[in-house]
Ligand binder design. Structure first.
Ligand code: FSX
Ligand code: SF4
Ligand code: F3S
Length: 377
């Protein structure tokens, strides 16, 4: 741990020597929005835990956030709804995560920049040239590919989205696919995928870190930026190239309604007594048992809530092909065994077995714990 700390301090020291790309400091921005130093350190503590570091690293995480203005970021939009950007930007009162997003040096972001047309194109080319080998590339959206590339063209030259991604990824220091569309194709890649939309990893041969979710939480987006600032390397990834610190556990294993599942207390239809009492949403379609994400811990909208807390099941939005494989959204999957990213370890339940009764359900729950335990080993 001492070695790791030294490594992080050396990395932050070297970043500190780089010129700031922004006017003002994060300290000033926090004060202006009414956050105290204590709020900031509390946030740093929560972020440290979220990215899987022991609490002694909280001051380093705070320092990394203060140095977020040293790294230029280029954010490209492809085929999507802009929900990923909105996840960070569309908040009534800015959270510390969204302030840090403001503070990152976004050299190019189509939603929030004022430039358009030729000027925007020029800004992108300049940023890629000026920050060669230094910038973080974040891409949101699925990418029409192959003979369908022309379905998505950007800017006055009619450059295809795929071409923009190829050019921008060439000299990026790190590449993040933000959202399920960019990570796995998303809604536009759902059957029959009329535009042949593909994930970013199919467009570039460089390593891509997937940050899925439709949209991903602000914590998962900012956490990845901070992880990169701290380490300058790829985080530990799962089989789908998702950072394990965020996507290492199932929704089902972190769910506040899990006790209800284990006790056999299920909502039978929306609005019934069980729904009012916070029963498990499995029978009304929750896909938490098949989905890996940290939504119950990190939540959305300034960390206030997440789908299951709001009373709807998880729809599996951080899994590949969930539009095709997790439907119908409000019904359980009748014939599907739990399939985990760890391979064939995790057969636990079908909807039919769930309806057998409490005794069978307890067995199911034990099987699920055993599968996760075995996978951890
Ligand atoms: Fe939308 Fe982003 Fe979903 Fe996709 O999020 S929230 S359709 S993951 O690319 O804008
Ligand atoms: Fe939570 Fe859904 Fe699992 Fe029920 S099935 S415990 S609501 S994740
Ligand atoms: Fe998505 Fe399920 Fe979380 S639908 S937002 S992964 S609870």
């Amino acid at each position: 741990m001492v070695k790791l700390k030294e490594k992080i301090i050396a990395r932050l020291d070297s970043l500190e020597k780089l010129p700031s790309l922004k006017n003002g400091s994060i300290k000033d921005a926090l004060i202006e929005k009414g956050f105290t130093r204590r709020d900031f350190m509390k946030w740093a503590g929560a972020m440290t835990a979220a990215i899987g570091l022991p609490s002694v690293f909280a001051p380093s995480v705070a320092r990394a956030a203060e140095l977020a203005d040293r790294l230029p970021v280029i954010w490209l939009h492809m085929a999507e709804c802009t929900g990923c950007s909105e996840s960070l930007l569309r908040v009534d009162t800015p959270s510390i995560d969204s302030l840090i997003f403001d503070y990152i040096s976004l050299e190019y972001h189509e939603t929030i920049m004022s430039a358009s047309g030729w000027q925007a194109e020029e800004n992108l080319e300049n940023a890629i040239e000026k920050y060669k080998g230094q910038y973080i590339l974040m891409v949101e959206g699925g990418i029409p590919a192959g003979s369908s590339e022309f379905y998505l063209t950007v800017g006055p030259h009619g450059t295809t989205g795929a071409e923009h991604c190829r050019i921008a990824s060439q000299n990026a220091a790190a590449i993040f696919a933000i959202g399920t569309c960019s990570s796995f194709g998303g809604v536009q890649a759902a059957y029959p995928n009329p535009t042949n939309s593909q994930p970013l990893s199919k467009i570039t041969s460089k390593p891509v870190i997937n940050v899925p979710g439709c949209p991903p939480s602000e914590r998962n987006i900012i956490g990845n930026v901070l992880h990169y600032i701290l380490f300058g390397t790829l985080p530990a990834l799962d089989n789908y190239n998702r950072p394990k610190w965020a996507y290492g556990l199932r929704i089902h294993d972190l769910c506040e309604r899990r006790g209800r599942f284990d006790a056999g207390e299920f909502v039978e239809s929306f609005g019934d007594e069980g729904a009012k009492d916070g029963y498990c949403l499995y029978k009304v379609g929750c896909k938490g048992p098949y989905t890996f994400n940290n939504c119950s811990k990190e939540r959305f909208n300034q960390h206030t809530s997440w789908p299951v807390q709001a009373g709807h099941g998880c729809i599996g939005c951080s899994e590949p092909d969930f539009w095709d494989t997790m439907g119908p959204l409000q019904e359980p999957l009748t014939n599907r065994l739990y399939k985990s990213v760890f391979g064939g370890l995790g057969a636990d339940a079908t909807a039919d077995r769930i309806s057998i009764g409490v005794l069978a359900i307890a067995g199911v729950a034990i099987a699920a714990h055993a599968a996760i335990g075995a996978a951890k080993k």
